[in-house]
Design a protein around this ligand. Structure first.
Ligand SMILES: Nc1ncnc2c1ncn2[C@@H]1O[C@H](COP(=O)(O)OP(=O)(O)OP(=O)(O)O)[C@@H](O)[C@H]1O
Ligand SMILES: [Mg+2]
Length: 498
């Protein structure tokens, strides 16, 4: 496999060394730059990425060890090779302990440099590959994570748990981005067919003239151009689950044919005389009102009843704002891994802004917004200002939708779980207040606890609960009174809620 040439930065205060190394490496096809001081090197790495830095140990100003420390923290993926005079081998070994990848001693010859460099580049490639694999694994695992704590989503989980074991057809209804496909995958994964195929068909994406051959397959020579036999989606799903996504988009004639397959549990390839049995579990999803489609004559009633044995409604996000902090936190972690970012967290204020949005695009839109903010924000904390500005706050406008004499609209029990919502709001407020108090008290836990009227132990519990270690790292406990060892906590109970 061809790989890009290695990018190398040579840092040495002696011009002739820089020249020799740079000529040696450039003629072998490496991309080289040079810097005459640690300071200049840091300016260059801030703008350009290097695989390897060769750094002299003894330089005026910041020396090689100083540069090494800076490089380790600013560009941890870049490998550093120390270049040293024989006299300072001890320092070179110290440098390796502090994270240098290797060292070479002056005077060096060309072969030696290239050997060490190639070894480093190979190591860099392995590290990259390793990272990529880890990312892939976690992306695949994350793709099926199904989160939520609201009453509305808990009800969905209950239904999924019940139907997963069965072969019943489920019609999953919900607005765009509410998690219909995720629900379908979850039904499949939690049932006895989990290790059989899950075949998802986007009924709106198959051109009408190809539909039949996509669904049912064909034998070789069935029509001009059928040079090889094709299995077809229905047969592919045999023993597993066939997920008919956007099922309302099926043309009427295809609806008839599909209904027959589902009823008889057998499929015939185009050009084949005898049908063969298939064992299918069918799930379907739609963001349209299928009953209305039936009424309009666009969807067959018999297929509707065949699909809608059990209906599962995915609640829109605005009906379950309590789930937003949890989802946003999860999507942030996911975006960080996926895009190879430094760890980040959400400021409570940003979570509050998100919890107050309408989210017409539902969970998918939330996921996109969080990923966008993760990429665009600079620091480790995502604040409200890092969110895209085109979010639309939910507005409550009583009376605007219903005239005064309209009958009272009963709110379904599962519409919003007030208790859960109150809990979430309390948690958000606590996170913000404790975070602020910690900052004001320089991270000192005893003083912060006192300021908030909490026991120290209760505060520590909350710091762990809300992940506030950034505000109060253990080593920040500057502790003039020596309280850490001396003073046991006054009370062991959790303090009062704030
Ligand atoms: N409860 C949830 N927990 C975690 N991730 C979720 C949840 N709901 C949805 N997602 C994620 O949001 C995205 C959209 O979900 P999905 O594709 O299942 O929605 P959909 O209803 O099929 O959307 P569409 O109607 O646009 O096809 C996916 O990345 C999915 O993993
Ligand atoms: Mg979908």
């Amino acid at each position: 496999m061809a790989t890009a040439p290695g990018r190398v930065l040579i840092v040495d205060d002696e011009e002739h060394i820089r020249k020799i190394m740079s000529i040696m490496l450039t003629k072998r096809g490496y991309h080289c730059r040079t810097a005459e001081s640690a300071k200049e090197a840091l300016r260059i790495v801030a703008k350009e990425t290097f695989d390897v830095v060769f750094s002299d140990l003894n330089m005026p100003g910041m020396d090689g060890l100083g540069l090494l420390a800076q490089l380790r923290s600013e560009v941890p993926d870049t490998l550093v090779i120390m270049v040293t005079a024989f006299a300072s081998i001890d320092t070179a070994i110290k440098a390796m302990k502090e994270g240098a990848y290797d060292y070479i001693a002056k005077p060096f010859d060309e072969e030696e440099i290239v050997l060490v460099l190639e070894k480093a580049l190979e190591r860099g490639r392995l590290l990259d590959e390793n990272k990529r694999l880890k990312r892939e694994i976690s992306e695949r695992r994350d793709a099926n994570v199904f989160l939520g704590q609201s009453a509305a989503i808990s009800k969905v989980f209950d239904i999924i748990a019940k139907v997963a074991e069965t072969k019943a057809t489920v019609l999953i209804i919900g607005e765009s981005g509410t998690g219909k496909e995720l629900a379908a995958r979850s039904i499949h994964q939690n049932g006895p067919r989990a290790d059989r195929p899950f075949v998802a068909v986007n009924c709106g994406a198959i051109p009408q003239n190809l539909m039949e051959s996509e669904f049912f397959g064909y034998v070789k020579g069935a029509f001009t151009g059928a040079e090889r036999a094709k299995t077809g989606l229905v047969a592919e799903a045999d023993g597993g689950t066939l997920f008919l996504d956007e099922v309302s988009e099926l043309p009427l004639e295809m609806q008839v044919k599909l209904l027959r397959v589902l009823q008889e549990e057998e499929v015939k390839k185009i050009g084949e005389n005898t049908p063969r049995k298939v064992d299918l579990r069918v799930l379907a999803a739609t963001n349209k009102n299928l009953k209305e489609e039936v009424a309009m004559g666009r969807f067959r009633e018999d297929l509707y009843y065949r699909l809608n044995v059990i209906s599962l409604r995915m609640p829109p996000l605005r009906e379950r704002p309590e789930d937003i902090p949890m989802l946003a936190t999860h999507f942030l972690a996911q975006a960080v891994t996926k895009n190879n970012l430094q760890p980040k967290r959400m400021a409570p204020a940003a979570l509050r802004v998100m919890a107050a949005q309408t989210w017409n695009g539902n969970v998918r839109a939330l996921k996109n917004v969080v990923e966008q903010a993760a990429i665009m924000s600079d620091g480790p904390v995502i604040g409200p200002d890092d969110l895209p500005f085109n979010l639309t706050p939910r507005t409550f406008n009583p009376g605007a939708e219903a005239p005064l004499d309209a009958p009272i609209v009963r709110i379904p029990k599962d519409w919003i779980d007030l208790k859960a919502a109150v809990k979430t709001v309390t948690e958000l407020a606590e996170t913000e207040i404790i975070g602020r108090a910690l900052s004001l008290n320089g991270g000192n836990r005893t003083r912060t606890a006192e300021a908030l009227g909490l026991s120290r132990r209760a505060l520590i519990t909350k710091i762990a609960l809300y992940d506030l270690d950034n505000y109060a790292p253990d080593n920040l406990e500057n502790n003039p009174s020596g309280e850490k060892s001396a003073q046991p906590d006054a009370d062991d109970q959790n303090g009062p809620a704030l």
